[in-house]
Design a protein around this ligand. Sequence first.
Ligand code: NAD
Length: 261
Amino acid sequence: MSLKTRNALITGSTSGIGLAIARALATEGVNVTLNGFGDAGEIEATRAAIEKDFGVKARYSGADMSKPDQIAAMVSEAESAFGTLDILVNNAGIQHVSPIENFPIDKWDQIIAINLSSVFHASRAAIPGMKTRKWGRIINTASAHSLVASPFKSAYVSAKHGVAGFTKTAGLELATFGITVNCISPGYVWTPLVEKQIPDTMKARNLTKEQVINDVLLTAQPTKQFVTVDQVAAFAIFLCSDAASQMTGSNYSMDGGWTAA
Ligand code: NAD
């Protein structure tokens, strides 16, 4: 069945994985509500390009995913603007790296709010409409860090393990309503953010680009290759399809073998 009649909201979709998922959904004919931070002109250009390139409607919400009232309003506005909200992709996320004893308390609170609690708040607001219509897809961008830990990433690892737990619970609660809830757990994803780190690391450590990629960035990833945003997006589209209607409450790794070790 085509996704053409569907409407989606993707949090944290002004760049990286979220933007790739938004564009992939638009390719399938889905109207999209974008969300995230960034330069207003660039965001408007991104929104307009989606409408022009894919012939769908695209709107933007600047809601802050650390603010429950803004999240509820974003979901409600997305639903009323397009008539339904069928696909919710909870993707917004941030990182902070620090030993636990020095971890800034406000950073801990912010990461738990954006990476974990926003998944609850957005789902809570989107579920009633999905239940009424007996169809829905909730896709959460978790991480390899929903399954394994790394030192100095206590808040991120805690939040992502929480996302995996929430996904299981929601999958069970919604199983008889035609709503599936899953998470995708990427390893290291090739984003502009990662790409920009490479030249500085080459200089700082006197390494070649290949050495930085293999020995610094991809030590944990057995394939020694990055996941691409388009690979994550392609799997998200599959999870929206009828072929995936029996896949729910699950955590799908896309990590070059990282969590097999
Ligand atoms: P990114 O920095 O390119 O994108 C993050 C998005 O979240 C941006 O659109 C940003 O504006 C938005 N955002 C941040 N704080 C927000 C807030 N308070 N309210 C609303 N939007 C906010 O990063 P990405 O790599 O595309 O990450 C997307 C998701 O994928 C995150 O949840 C991240 O944890 C997860 N992830 C990333 C990787 C990776 O290697 N890049 C690996 C595994 C999981």
